[in-house]
Design a protein. Structure first.
Length: 264
């Protein structure tokens, strides 16, 4: 039985005093929670989720969403790439967090050329209901923010290889989402498009820029947030969420979330 699933990727932005009136705490967090509660997404990949925010999400949204994902540091603290899924629509079959490094199972590991680790969280989710159903495997990441394109491509390729290995024993539709820190014409994005073992399509290909730094005028705005998938994409469903809170113009983040509906 086919089902439509709405996916969303959303970099919530860390709590930083440099953001002034748009700082996560105390100004923006209530809007983030309100948005997540009402956004209509079935599966959400969040990036830059610090430990206090992860707990806030659990406290505020656990009646509606299951939340998986651990921090990138050696003690499993630090920024996480959390996956949220509708508890009324999915059963969680498996989940994992791995590091974009030569030793992906070692916490805090990274290539020698970078100063902080980066991770990917994956979850296998089975839609609830009767009859034969396909699960979906979701990968949510925040790729290295570096000038060296080879390192960014290395991070992406690490995820692609994990997807390939998982597909050897779990042949489910795939969604790869997150803040890739790469523009559409980059080496890393080309690597995804040309990856032979798994065909992934950029469901957000027609969307405009996503990183805007609170619409700072002098910033060269770029698209760096994506949802790639092997599932059928529902025509016209891709969306860049540009809403702001009506009463005060509050932004959701310095990134615009991206959404798409797929059919499995």
């Amino acid at each position: 039985m086919e089902q439509n699933i709405t996916l969303m990727s959303y970099n919530t932005r860390i709590n930083s005093h440099r953001d002034g009136q748009y700082q996560l705490y105390p100004y923006r967090i209530s809007y983030v929670i309100e948005f997540l509660r009402d956004c209509g997404a079935d599966i959400i990949g969040l990036q830059e989720v610090q430990p206090p925010t992860r707990q806030y999400l659990i406290d505020s949204l656990s009646a509606q969403y299951g939340i998986v994902g651990m921090g990138r540091n050696a003690d499993y603290e630090g920024e996480a790439c959390c996956i949220l899924y509708r508890k009324d629509k999915f059963d969680l079959l498996a989940y994992d967090t791995f590091w974009l490094s030569p030793t992906p199972g070692v916490p805090d590991s990274r290539p020698q050329a970078v100063w902080m680790p980066r991770i990917c969280t994956t979850a296998t989710l089975l839609p609830k209901g009767e009859g034969v159903r396909d699960a979906i495997r979701v990968y949510n990441t925040h790729v290295y923010h570096v000038k060296n394109e080879r390192l960014s491509t290395y991070g992406i390729y690490s995820i692609l290889e994990r997807i390939r290995r998982d597909a050897e024993f779990m042949k489910y539709p795939v969604a790869l989402m997150g803040d890739f820190n790469c523009t559409p014409d980059s080496m890393a994005i080309e690597a995804i498009k040309k990856y032979g073992p798994i065909k992934l399509t950029d469901a957000t290909a027609d969307l405009d820029y996503t990183y805007h730094e609170y619409e700072r005028e002098e910033l060269i705005k770029t698209k760096i947030d994506y949802i790639f998938t092997s599932a059928e994409i529902v025509d016209g469903s891709a969306e860049r969420v540009t809403e702001r809170r009506k009463r005060d113009g509050m932004f959701l983040s310095d990134h615009y979330p991206v959404k798409v509906t797929v059919r499995i």
